[in-house]
Design a binder for this molecule. Sequence first.
Ligand code: P6P
Length: 342
Amino acid sequence: MPQITVLEHLLLHQKESPMATGRFTRLLNELILAAKIIAREVNKAGLVDVLGFTGETNVQDEEVRKLDEYANKVLIHRMARAGVLCAMGSEENADLIEIPDPLPRGDYFLMFDPLDGSTNIDANVNVGTIFSIYRLPSDRPNANCTPLLSEVLMPGSQQVAAGYFLYGTSTMMVYSTGKGVHGFTLDPSVGEFLLSHPDIRTPELGKIYSVNESYWHYWDEAAKESVAYFKSLENERRKPYSLRYIGSLVADFHRNMLYGGVFLYPADARDPKKPQGKLRLLCEASPLAFLAEQAGGRATDGSRRILDIEPHELHQRVPLFIGSRRDVEKIGEIFAKHGAGN
Ligand code: P6P
């Protein structure tokens, strides 16, 4: 495999693309630096005092872990200095994050989950940073000011790029600018992410299903029938899919994208405050749906394409069915039969 860095790949393969501008590569560069800093702390988490909780709860009403807070601070600090963002949104912050004066602003909007799956970090399980990038019109009114929330609440189809960093046996960056999905692995000896998985394609039919089956009694009938399908003998494979569920969305998504499979997080009746389930549209579902489709897969909420959903709030939650095309389409058929989306 040729030793190609992310930026070389971007410039080589998308030189005619508007994404190969100096401003976008600067955004990507800062994101890569932030990920390297986070990876350094994640990889020595057991040795320094970054495990455990800060004692606070975040906007998601979840206990904040020290590494969550660390990753969030690193991303906000670094990305505010990229000089190309009009604002940011983080899973950890209730409101839009402004670019402080006198730092220069730009037209890109970045939404991220700083450390997804962090409940697993104390057990040394893979965690990840998910990012989603939009670009606002340069000729918008008040282009030098922080945008209104309504200006950044765009459907996932408007993303100009999306991806994730996966901190595990190795540190990987997987991203797309709409021209396929490409994976890079951090070579610590040179400190660069080098191309390791060019043009990732998801098998059309999977062999894995990923879901937290303990919520079975809280699901609607369509969700129950969908999960029952994958572990039955009557599915398209004529044998049960393997159940693999790490509890870290990025890790489950990454494995399923490479091997073929479907991840399910249905709406459930456990928490009246979260009737649409736990996952967030803007910082989890939309970026991963962008990647899934670019790799030949699909992503829906059971009846709607994730990338078509118009967000109405920054931390909107959404059911998520994502992965191999024929598996997600089967879930859509089951939901349609139950009248979902009508
Ligand atoms: P549950 C991690 O907290 C996360 O947001 C995702 O990474 C993961 O897929 C999901 O929650 C796990 O949720 O309800 O199965 O514990």
